[in-house]
Design a protein around this ligand. Structure first.
Ligand SMILES: C[S@@+](CC[C@H](N)C(=O)[O-])C[C@H]1O[C@@H](n2cnc3c(N)ncnc32)[C@H](O)[C@@H]1O
Ligand code: SF4
Length: 338
């Protein structure tokens, strides 16, 4: 099948897959423990895509133009078959760029196996170096030192690593400079992500968002930064390099400077529903079609039909709207895959 384009001419290049909606952390901006307690109805295992189903769906997406696959969640390292899934996507299907986003808690144990399975790149989430602040940001008081050890193990295994940091004003914005200092010394690119209004449980409010330009100004006051052009069309992070030549940072400004225009990203939830936008209220059931016995050609037509009708530019459109007008059914990040 020829590469599919949506109604705004955007191709489908990047597929993000949530492999589980479960997580061992309870970051308040994503899965606050008040809402995701012991009785939370996580997906039954039978609803999750199996490794085989997931690979089959990826193969069809590759036929539609996908070149990059990112595995996420929830916490993807909770899935014991993750190395096998990666091996199939990378070597069985031949996807050029396979990456993983993880909270890093189990990384030291799995880094070498992930590398030998064929994983190309890693993003690890670190919101603070200060133990008390990091414990608050993961919701359960877990030690950040274990995550940092996981990052060292992943670097030793040969991974290029990016660090994701969600900034929440008044909670961890005092960590911006210490994080830059620590990660530039180790050669890992740090990406600051604006706190987004995904889901309905994280009590998001605009004053908690630390705007991208403020982050750049704060870092520049210590280490001057220079803008760098995007590495490729549709790159979500604005890139800056340190003028002293010691690495670069990225800023994901999805709230203050949305970037829907070039968005070429499809998302698959852990139960195999296709979402064409992080802010979509509803997904389309690709896994249901697979389980009904459909052939690849039918699945391919289904996906092409959904992408071909895509017109989402939610972040662009909601900018400037009053909060009441922005409210709509929204899906949790852990379900759809961050
Ligand atoms: C949902 S997590 C899944 C992967 C893994 N558990 C992790 O934390 O890296 C993926 C990314 O989404 C980010 N994220 C979660 N909720 C967010 C929010 N409300 N705004 C911005 N980023 C968010 C996380 O910080 C993380 O970097
Ligand atoms: S951001 Fe990642 S680690 Fe934190 S609760 Fe969400 S899925 Fe878990």
């Amino acid at each position: 099948m020829a590469a599919v384009r949506d109604t705004l001419g955007r191709p489908i290049r990047d597929l993000r897959i949530s492999v589980t909606d479960r997580c061992n952390f309870r970051c308040p901006y994503c899965m606050p423990k008040e809402a995701f307690g012991p009785d939370h109805p996580f997906m039954a295992d039978s609803r999750l895509m199996t490794g085989g189903e997931l690979a089959r769906i990826v193969r069809v997406f590759v036929g539609a133009g996908v070149e990059k696959v990112r595995l996420t969640g929830g916490e993807p390292l909770l899935r014991g078959d993750l190395p096998a899934i990666i091996r199939e996507i990378k070597h069985g299907i031949g996807v050029p760029d396979v990456s993983l986003t993880t909270n890093g808690w189990f990384l030291a144990r799995h880094a070498a196996a992930l590398r030998s399975a064929g994983l190309d790149r890693l993003n690890v989430s670190v919101d603070a170096l200060d133990g008390a602040i990091a414990g608050r940001m993961n919701g359960l008081g877990y030690r950040v030192s274990r995550v940092l050890d996981g990052i060292d193990a992943a670097a030793a295994a040969g991974f290029p690593i990016k660090i994701n940091c969600v900034l929440q004003g008044g909670v961890n914005d005092g960590e911006i400079i210490p994080l830059c200092d620590y990660f530039r010394a180790r050669g890992h690119t740090l990406r600051f992500i604006e706190f987004m209004d995904v889901g309905t449980t994280n009590r998001w409010s605009l004053p908690q968002v630390v705007p991208a330009r403020e982050v750049v100004a704060r870092i520049s006051a210590v280490w001057p930064l220079e803008p760098v052009g995007p590495a490729y069309r549709g790159e979500v992070a604005s890139r800056y390099r340190y003028a002293d030549g010691r690495g670069e940072i990225g800023i994901v400004s999805s709230v203050t400077e949305p970037f829907c225009r070039d968005c070429n990203r499809a998302r698959l939830s852990a139960d195999g529903r296709l979402f064409t936008c992080l802010f979509a209220a509803e997904g389309r059931d690709v896994l249901g079609l697979v389980r009904s016995g459909a052939g690849d050609a039918e699945i391919s037509r289904f996906i092409a039909g959904i992408w071909g009708a895509r017109s989402d530019r939610y972040s662009d459109e909601r900018a400037g709207l009053p909060p009441a007008a922005q409210a709509r059914g929204k899906i949790e990040m852990s379900y759809i895959g961050g």
